[in-house]
Design a protein around this ligand. Structure first.
Ligand SMILES: C[S@@+](CC[C@H](N)C(=O)[O-])C[C@H]1O[C@@H](n2cnc3c(N)ncnc32)[C@H](O)[C@@H]1O
Length: 451
């Protein structure tokens, strides 16, 4: 037989053995899935679990399908940043009792990691301790808006806002926590998931709420909202005009600033945005009222109209401040400024610097009694400050400066192995955080003057 003929025979033999192996594997798989089906039938037929055990078992059995990259990324994002398809996928996963939350390939690794965590951190809590200890403190109640947070190595790995509901569970790739075990706990409690990961459960702040709530248009970011309140010097009892309502983020910050003795008039041209802002406001107020019976003021009047042509709405009104977040703000100023108190401030929120120059050019042409006092950006820089660790995970130690001749000996010395070194003996790393919030907007401060 020629060499080429010999090669041909070899290939044929290899192909036939491969397909035999594949066939055998297939048979094995079919057998396995049949067995699994039997096991499933057996367990559902003969074993009675209580609800909690069942939930834990469901969570543990939720390791069949690895998460797709899209699902993994989407689990890190706030709800409103997701596309409708991803939202649908997420909802399907939540409703499906056998839905998959945990990446199968990560499971084994993460479980061993989680054992480490359980040993290292003394975070195991006694969920039965449920009494408020401080005056004015209230325990977590069903209906409240809460935030679950998991941090590792100075980073937030998981953060989710959710409403506490009886019979529901908080799901994450780090395991589940039953809502029933969160209720009647103090805020700020660290609870362990079914997989042993420590999750901080706290009440949602207004900042959390506006960042996580369902959005229509883009919101005024909390850092900018706080600066706008400062610019306008809004205080309790003030009457403030705001436009557009958008998603209602700024309305909520204004509502809190003017408090129960003040009022906010929020004007929005689009009906869908008007409704979204009202819904977000109502949702926050309702959940707030469950926090130990506290009442959030009902002091925002949402109005669906074009501010350019809303003179009749503003007739007879005088505002302590005006907050504008809409395109072409110079077009609404002629309607608004006659109703702003002399010496008071109109704060304008604009995403682009070209919009700022359009506004200033508009002011120049309209000859309105407004002084542009400031144009600012509000940079917030996150920093990473943490004890310096060696690669082994042990702390480094602070060392006194050494003379050149001593250097050799010091280099031979090992770093400390002490788990709890003395106060002040650990050096810290301190540098800007690698992830930073980028540009949000320019804030323009316009003051009304009288000649
Ligand atoms: C960026 S959003 C406002 C977001 C809002 N500040 C928040 O924090 O959620 C801008 C809104 O202004 C509205 N708008 C634009 N022109 C308007 C006008 N002339 N009168 C009233 N609303 C207007 C838009 O429909 C849009 O909903």
């Amino acid at each position: 037989m020629s060499f080429a003929g010999l090669m041909c025979v070899c290939r044929l033999v290899r192909i036939s053995t491969c397909s035999e192996i594949q066939l055998r594997n297939r048979h094995a798989l079919v057998k396995l899935s049949q067995n699994r089906r039997e096991i499933k039938c057996f367990s559902s037929g003969s074993v009675n679990y209580n609800d909690e055990e069942l939930a834990t078992k469901q969570a543990l059995s939720r390791r069949r399908r690895p998460l797709s990259p899209l699902e993994r990324i989407s689990s890190l994002l706030p709800q409103d940043a997701l596309s409708p398809e991803v939202m649908q996928l997420r909802q399907e996963n939540q409703h499906e009792p056998n839905s998959v939350q945990v990446p199968a390939t990560d499971c084994i690794q993460e479980e061993s990691k989680c054992e480490e965590i359980a040993e290292e951190d003394d975070l195991q809590v006694d969920a039965a301790v449920t009494s408020a200890t401080l005056p004015g403190e209230s325990l977590l109640a069903f209906g409240e808006l809460l935030v679950a947070e998991y941090r590792r190595k100075e980073q937030v790995e998981f953060r989710k806002m959710f409403q506490l509901q009886a019979g529901t569970q908080l799901q994450s790739s780090w395991g589940i926590i039953l809502h029933d075990s969160i209720a009647r706990q103090p805020a700020g409690r660290i609870l362990k998931t079914s997989r042993g990961f420590p999750i901080l459960i706290r009440r949602a702040s207004l900042e959390d709420y506006v960042l996580f709530m369902k959005r229509g248009p883009a919101i005024v970011y909390p850092k900018d909202a706080a600066t706008m309140l400062l610019m306008m010097d809004v205080t309790e009892g003030d009457f403030v005009l705001e436009s557009g309502s958008g998603s209602g983020a700024m309305s909520l910050f204004l509502s809190r600033a003017v408090a129960s003795t003040g009022r906010v008039l929020s004007v929005e041209v689009r009906e869908d945005h008007h409704r979204r802002a009202m819904l977000n406001y109502k949702h926050w107020r309702t959940s707030w009222s469950l926090r130990g019976g506290k009442e959030w003021p009902d002091n925002v009047l949402f109005h669906n109209a074009d501010l350019c042509t809303a003179s009749s709405l503003l007739d007879g009104q005088g505002f302590n401040a005006v907050a504008l977040d809409l395109i072409n703000p110079h077009l609404v100023l002629p309607t608004v400024i006659p109703h702003l108190h002399p010496g008071a401030v109109c704060a304008v929120y604009l995403a682009n610097i070209t919009q700022v120059s359009d506004l200033l050019e508009g002011l120049r042409c309209l000859a309105l009694p407004l002084l542009c006092e400031r144009i600012i950006e509000v940079p917030v820089r996150d920093w990473l400050v943490a004890p310096a660790l060696q690669k082994s995970g042990q702390y480094c130690t602070r060392k006194a400066p050494v003379m050149a001749e001593e250097q050799g000996e010091i280099e031979k010395e090992e770093l400390t192995t002490d788990a709890h070194p003395a106060f002040g003996s650990i050096p810290y790393i301190a540098r800007p955080h690698p992830e930073q919030m980028s540009h949000t907007a320019f804030l323009v401060k316009l003051r009304k003057y009288v000649q």
